[in-house]
Design a protein around this ligand. Structure first.
Ligand SMILES: Cc1cc2nc3c(=O)[nH]c(=O)nc-3n(C[C@H](O)[C@H](O)[C@H](O)COP(=O)(O)OP(=O)(O)OC[C@H]3O[C@@H](n4cnc5c(N)ncnc54)[C@H](O)[C@@H]3O)c2cc1C
Length: 410
């Protein structure tokens, strides 16, 4: 870290967590993220021999995948305090945001599974906790080719028009549901996932407010996957389509089967996801700043380090202000929303996500100016940080759609 942190009175445990995650970030996540980013074909990212799996395995050996799961299934949810949670999310975003998202979302369906009373479903959560070989990987499948921001707007009271409803339909037949439809190429971990938390349409006449959630293994007959998506930033993050054709699941897999819950549930999910994004991308904003500061101290022009030029000083202080403002809002929001789960404040969560992802993108763009021509070169990480940040402005909700939704909470 390049300037003193304002974290006062960190406990011994919090300092140990910080040192552990910072080491994992610097020695494992950052270098592997750079390697994966350079691969031309995204299929290589998830190939059997890919270095991606070293990151996944080491993450699980450190026990970090247990963070979101309760002790009742062998998790560590109750053992991680708020500050430790913030430090882990920030440092992972600092190291490599694409990998941070990939590692985090891999636990998504198992967090739902842990809440189930059904022995088979709860068993998935236990198996995930014990799976150090990374045979179990989850994804969160919500976006569809024709419904992206519609899911964000679904958090509004009036967004219940039939034409906005999910295309992926779940029809109840006796003790089973039959699924037909597809999720879009943007599903994170989509093509490598073994299990999904899947948002489906239960009642078409209610539009987005007629939806439910099932969790299921993705090896059931009728499920196929697309090719890994080739994209601008966060290239270490695998993404891809999942197709469902006459897929039969037992009704117990529909963990949210009452569509009357879809509105409060979507608000809770939006709040939770955006709160985490705010902290994670505050970390990326800081990473971009640190690269710029380091370079400005080393690069000499006019016979002096460029940090001594007034224009560079001014840029740096403005960047610093943006980073610290974003991180402060993100931390404060996470503290409030953790204490007021599950609903928290969607307004603050969105404000934090938008602020952090904008800060990351704008600070990385300014950092490129400070690097001059070198900022555009693949020899330096800053152009990657810029691309990673740009992706975050659309991830978990495009920022203007999110902002419109946030205004609905005034
Ligand atoms: C890196 C990354 C990771 C992601 N991970 C996942 C994941 O794990 N699971 C998953 O399911 N999805 C995931 N997504 C998908 C993401 O949530 C969607 O891309 C996002 O919600 C935007 O949807 P869209 O791309 O279809 O854009 P669209 O909804 O088509 O939006 C296009 C433009 O239209 C505007 N717009 C749309 N609707 C409105 C409206 N009602 N009012 C005003 N303006 C509007 C938007 O603001 C935007 O500028 C991910 C995306 C990215 C980039």
């Amino acid at each position: 870290m390049s300037y003193p942190e304002l974290d006062l009175n960190l406990t011994v445990e919090q300092k140990a967590t910080r040192d552990m995650i910072r080491k994992f970030g610097a020695e494992v996540m950052r270098p592997v993220g750079i390697q994966l980013d350079l691969l031309a074909d995204p299929a290589e990212v998830i190939a059997e021999k890919s270095v991606l799996w070293d990151v996944f395995r080491q993450y699980r050996q450190l026990g970090l995948h247990k963070r979101g799961l309760p002790k009742s299934v062998g998790g560590m949810l109750e053992d991680i305090d708020l500050m430790q949670g913030i430090i882990i999310a920030e440092e992972m975003g600092y190291a490599d945001s694409g990998l941070a998202i990939s590692l985090g979302v891999a636990g998504n369906p198992f967090r739902y599974a842990a809440l189930s009373d059904d022995p088979e479903i709860k068993g998935w959560a236990r198996d995930y906790v014990n799976d150090l070989e990374c045979k179990m990987i989850g994804c969160w499948a919500i976006t569809e080719p024709d419904h992206g921001s519609d899911w964000v707007m679904a958090t509004q009271d009036d967004f219940n028009k039939p034409e906005t409803g999910p295309s992926l339909k779940a029809v109840k037949k006796g003790d089973e549901y039959v699924l037909n439809g597809q999720k879009s190429a943007w599903v994170s971990d989509g093509t490598m996932a073994t299990h999904a938390a899947l948002h489906v349409c239960l009642e078409p006449s209610k539009g987005m407010h007629g939806s439910g959630i099932c969790i299921l293994p993705l090896d059931r007959p009728g499920i196929t996957k697309g090719k890994p998506l080739n994209k601008l930033g966060q290239r270490a993050l695998n993404q891809g389509e999942i197709f469902f054709e006459e897929v039969v699941i037992p009704k117990k897999y529909m963990v949210v089967s009452d569509y009357n819950l879809s509105l409060p549930l979507m608000r809770g999910i939006l709040t939770n996801a955006n709160t985490g994004m705010g902290v994670t991308f505050g970390g990326l904003a800081k990473a971009a700043f640190d690269e710029a500061l380091k370079y400005a101290r080393e690069r000499v022009q006019g016979g002096i380090p460029i940090i001594q030029h007034q224009n560079i000083k001014l840029k740096l202080i403005q960047m610093f202000r943006r980073v610290e403002s974003a991180r402060s809002l993100a931390r404060r929001t996470m503290a409030y929303n953790a204490a007021n789960a599950p609903m928290g404040s969607p307004l603050h969560a969105i404000a934090s996500k938008v602020t952090s992802t904008e800060a990351a993108t704008e600070v990385a763009a300014e950092a490129i100016q400070i690097f001059g021509g070198n900022g555009l070169s693949k020899e330096y990480v800053i152009e990657k940080l810029f691309r990673d940040a740009k992706a975050s402005m659309i991830e978990d909700g495009e920022n203007s759609a999110l902002s419109l939704a946030a205004a609905g909470f005034f």
